[in-house]
Design a protein around this ligand. Structure first.
Ligand code: HEM
Length: 415
């Protein structure tokens, strides 16, 4: 029998719902709340969603990630996102590896290096869109647009479809803000249905196309035989929809959040900003620190056997929620964990996860972040947040940005 609120150690039972809007709106207190939980114990128990353990300690999160046989990736979501298992995120063992092997080479470092110039062109095009005004709403005009453009180009999907993806993936992540669990589930299911219809059309168009040097990601995954069911076969429409939906959700909102947090932290740390402007070779270290201080993802795991974790007894069938942004600020692992320090070495944060599900898009995400900050600092180096309109973030298992107006000295377009 899985642990319930009644039989969990009472001193460890907390009131915490990762989807509770008030954690971040109107003011982002998510990290503060996560730190309170961590100071209570590295593993606590929340009664939300039928009861689950909340893991905030660095060593405890690493133990979970390092033992995928004990901690299954299904379900990764505490709420039903309305689409069946996400592929490959919610699969384990050999089945997971088979699907992952199709995707991983498509996002490897050398392929991502090839699109460096394209990313830079998009970054500058977006900056051109607002540079003459001396102000912009950074999330909608940049942080959202950049990963959407790069992602759609990689997938080979038309850019004009971006608004539909934005809306549907946001609904899948946060459900109905302020609504009941049932209302949120209905919103998620509707969004998933709309996306699956779209994917169905894209898949039909790609079936049978040759995989040549110019083939987009969609063409490759649709036409590559995968080692499943004791043989090799093409993925079904249903499998492809669940895989495409996951890649879409995984790639867009996470990068958008990190771009926004990056500008927020650099605006608040003028010395560091000056150093990266003077020496852009420091940017990769700054990017790692941005990823550490505000990890976007809080994935789930489920115990497949009884096991001890952080001094508590986890039972077979227990659900866990891993709070990466809390583990990344565990004072037992990172000195000065709340300080934004670009000289942190080592900086072995968990923002891209670890173990078999380590983020496939990490090379792309790091490249997008670095190029974006290079160009923003080259063209609008004196940006500041607008004190009259504070930045707005949202909680959920993929935390992210909603709005962040900034202002700066106007400049000239280049395009
Ligand atoms: C800053 C940006 C990003 C962050 C913080 C991030 C974070 C993560 C994390 C934490 C996981 C693993 C979750 C778990 O262990 O359960 C993951 C998995 C994944 N990510 Fe990312 N991600 C980012 C960007 C991207 C991008 C740009 C793409 C692709 C376009 C992508 C594709 C994937 C995929 C396909 C998986 C599933 C891997 C598997 O299950 O084997 N991610 N990501």
């Amino acid at each position: 029998m899985p642990t319930t609120t009644t039989d969990a150690p009472q001193q460890l039972v907390v009131d915490f719902d990762v989807y509770d809007e008030s954690l971040s709106i109107p003011q982002d207190r998510f990290q503060e709340r996560a730190a309170e939980l961590r100071s209570l114990a590295p593993v606590v128990f929340s009664s939300a969603y039928g009861g689950h353990w909340v893991v905030t300690g660095f060593d405890e999160v690493r133990q979970v990630l390092g033992d995928p046989e004990t901690f299954s990736s299904y379900p990764n979501n505490l709420v039903n996102a309305g689409q069946g298992k996400f592929i490959p995120l919610e699969l384990d063992g050999a089945e997971h590896t088979a699907y992952r092997n199709v995707l991983q080479p498509l996002f490897n470092p050398s392929r991502m290096k090839q699109i460096e110039d394209e990313i830079r062109v998009n970054v500058n095009d977006l900056i051109d869109g607002f540079i003459e005004r001396g102000e912009c709403e950074f999330v909608s005009e940049f942080a959202h647009e950049l990963p959407a453009r790069v992602f759609l180009a990689l997938m080979g999907w038309p850019l004009e479809d971006a608004p539909m993806f934005s809306e549907a993936t946001q609904a899948a992540l946060v459900g109905k803000p302020g609504g009941t669990e049932e209302e949120s589930a209905a919103v998620r299911a509707e969004a998933a249905g709309r996306m699956f219809e779209y994917f169905g059309r894209v898949i039909a168009e790609r079936r049978g196309r040759p995989i040549d040097g110019d083939a987009d990601v969609t063409t490759v995954v649709v036409n590559t035989p995968v080692g499943l069911d004791a043989g090799e076969r093409l993925l079904t429409d249903e499998e492809l929809c669940r895989l495409l939906f996951l890649v879409l959700i995984a790639g867009m909102h996470t990068t958008k959040g990190s771009l926004t947090w990056g500008i927020k932290y650099l605006a608040a740390n003028p010395d560091i900003r000056r150093r990266v402007i003077e020496d852009p070779s420091l940017l990769p270290d700054a990017v790692e620190e941005i990823l550490r201080v505000e990890a976007a993802v809080c994935p789930g795991r489920r115990a497949s056997r009884d096991v001890e974790l952080g001094g508590v007894q986890i039972r077979e069938g227990d659900q866990l929620l891993l709070i990466y942004c809390a583990a990344n600020r565990d004072p037992g692992h990172f000195p000065d964990p709340d300080q934004f320090r670009i000289d942190r070495d080592p900086n072995d944060h968990l923002s891209f996860s670890a173990g078999p599900h380590r983020c496939i898009g990490r090379h792309l995400a790091r490249r997008e972040l670095r190029i974006a900050f290079e160009e923003v600092h080259r063209r609008i180096p004196d940006y500041e947040l607008n004190p009259d309109q504070p930045a707005l973030f949202h909680p959920s298992q993929t935390r992210g940005a909603l709005m962040m107006p900034i202002r700066f000295t106007p400049g000239a377009r280049v395009g």
